[in-house]
Ligand binder design. Structure first.
Ligand code: FAD
Length: 404
């Protein structure tokens, strides 16, 4: 499996995977056949994460090939990404708290030799637990591991190796091609037993042996009796989602960020006169597959956006955007809404500075997010049950699938 950071490569992988996205996926998705065989899962997450390809077009393509019943499981999995995003959008404080804890634990690594040694053994893939060490190697060399392996990995990290989940989430985040604040942080919390409080995910040797095609059998090596983690203060209750913003026409500039790299499908009412792109905010390990994917994805989007709008695109740091916009005689900058994370924090600051100069930042939310994020108030079930109604609004136009 090769992850080339272009929309064309994402669409090609989607086309290749389509025949398997129906019942075959539902039956076999939990198998981790190893890096040489990813035929039973889509491996689309690096492209979906940045919206080089969108949820709507993936689902439309799958429904063009399979019945809704056969594709149900695959569509629900795609919706897990939306669920995690929505959940965090309604409780952004959870990410801020994770970030503070992560920084404090990084500092503890400097002081606590025992913790540092255990952390180094885990991240060097030198624990002696063959499956875990192999996943570390896969993560470092490819930047991607199977969903089931991520669950086992996180569980072994927390319950067998006794390491803080926040350091594991940080390690994943710096190596994954699809590194995503919502899916990553909240999945680690889910494994730990903090998302659904008191309900953790315990990796069992039997389950690993059964689902890794005979590659691993860590019998006697895992703590299969650990209790869930607990935290003194549970996350704050969900806050209502702010109303989506919208540009009603007139000249504007576009701002591209790595949170949404398919502006060709943004619902734009304005006349695009200039285009800027925020440099990557990736914190991936330098020169890693993840770092290269991040930069490549932005370059691909820049080339496409120029061809689509017929307007040049230049990289502009967030701090320079007010001057850049004013220099073009414009006062409206439009972008796709960035969910909680580093880009979101940059845009919050940018909006204030633009407003101070009489300009405005308009963050347009995609209909997919607007309809589904408010359903992420508690567990996945509520969002899952609203999927059929949302998908019924999907126009299955292969050229540009969209939600009405
Ligand atoms: C501890 C842990 C950390 C994770 N960190 C990330 C992360 O940083 N970024 C990330 O994109 N995903 C993360 N995931 C979710 C999931 O493992 C990946 O999205 C994934 O492996 C996708 O593989 P795939 O594309 O073959 O999925 P498929 O099984 O083919 O599913 C299709 C699509 O559905 C979405 N999807 C499927 N399962 C999940 C899931 N459990 N959560 C969210 N979306 C899902 C993805 O967009 C995926 O491309 C994490 C899971 C765990 C357990």
């Amino acid at each position: 499996m090769e992850w080339t950071p272009t929309r064309a490569a994402g669409l090609a992988r989607l086309a290749e995977f389509l025949p398997y996205a129906g019942r075959a996926y539902a039956d076999r998705r939990n198998l981790d056949l190893g890096p040489a065989d990813r035929s039973n899962v889509s491996a689309l997450s690096p492209w979906l994460r940045r919206r080089l390809i969108t949820e709507e077009e993936v689902i439309a393509a799958v429904l063009g090939r399979h019945s809704a019943a056969a594709a149900e499981k695959f569509i629900q999995e795609v919706a897990w990404r939306t669920y995690w995003k929505g959940w965090l959008e309604l409780r952004p404080g959870t990410l801020e708290r994770f970030n503070a804890e992560r920084i404090a634990l990084k500092a503890a690594l400097e002081r606590d030799r025992g913790l540092a040694a255990r952390f180094a053994r885990a991240t060097d893939g030198a624990t002696g637990i063959a499956c875990f060490d192999a996943w570390v190697e896969e993560l470092r060399s490819l930047g991607w591991i199977h969903n089931h392996a991520r669950m086992w990995f996180a569980s072994v990290w927390i319950f067998t190796l006794g390491l803080p989940w926040q350091l594991g989430a940080d390690f994943f985040y710096k190596h994954l091609l699809d590194a995503d604040p919502a899916s990553n942080t909240l999945s680690w919390r889910w494994v730990a037993g903090l998302h659904t409080q008191g309900k953790h995910y315990l990796a069992r040797a039997e389950n690993i042996a059964r689902n890794t095609a005979g590659r691993f059998a860590p019998y006697g090596q895992l703590n299969e009796a650990a209790l869930p983690l607990a935290e003194a203060e549970p996350p704050l209750p969900a806050a209502p989602l702010a109303a989506a913003q919208r540009h009603d026409g007139g000249p504007c500039a576009l701002l591209l960020t790595e949170e949404d790299l398919h502006p060709e499908s943004w619902d734009l009412a304005g006349e695009v006169r200039a285009i800027a792109m925020l440099p990557s905010a990736s914190v991936a390990v330098p020169d890693s597959p993840a770092a290269r994917f991040s930069v490549g994805a932005l370059d691909d989007a820049a080339a496409r956006v120029v061809a689509h709008f017929g307007v040049p695109c230049m990289k502009v740091a967030a701090a320079d955007l007010p001057t850049w916009l004013a220099g073009r005689g414009l006062s409206t900058l439009i972008t796709a809404q960035a969910p909680a994370g580093l880009i979101r924090w940059q845009l919050d600051d940018l909006a204030v500075r633009l407003a101070a100069g009489g300009a405005q930042l308009i963050e347009q939310r995609r209909a997919w997010d607007d309809l589904l994020w408010p359903r992420a108030t508690a567990g996945f079930f509520k969002l899952k049950t609203s999927l059929p109604a949302v998908i019924a609004r999907l126009v299955l136009d292969p050229a540009q699938p969209r939600l009405l």
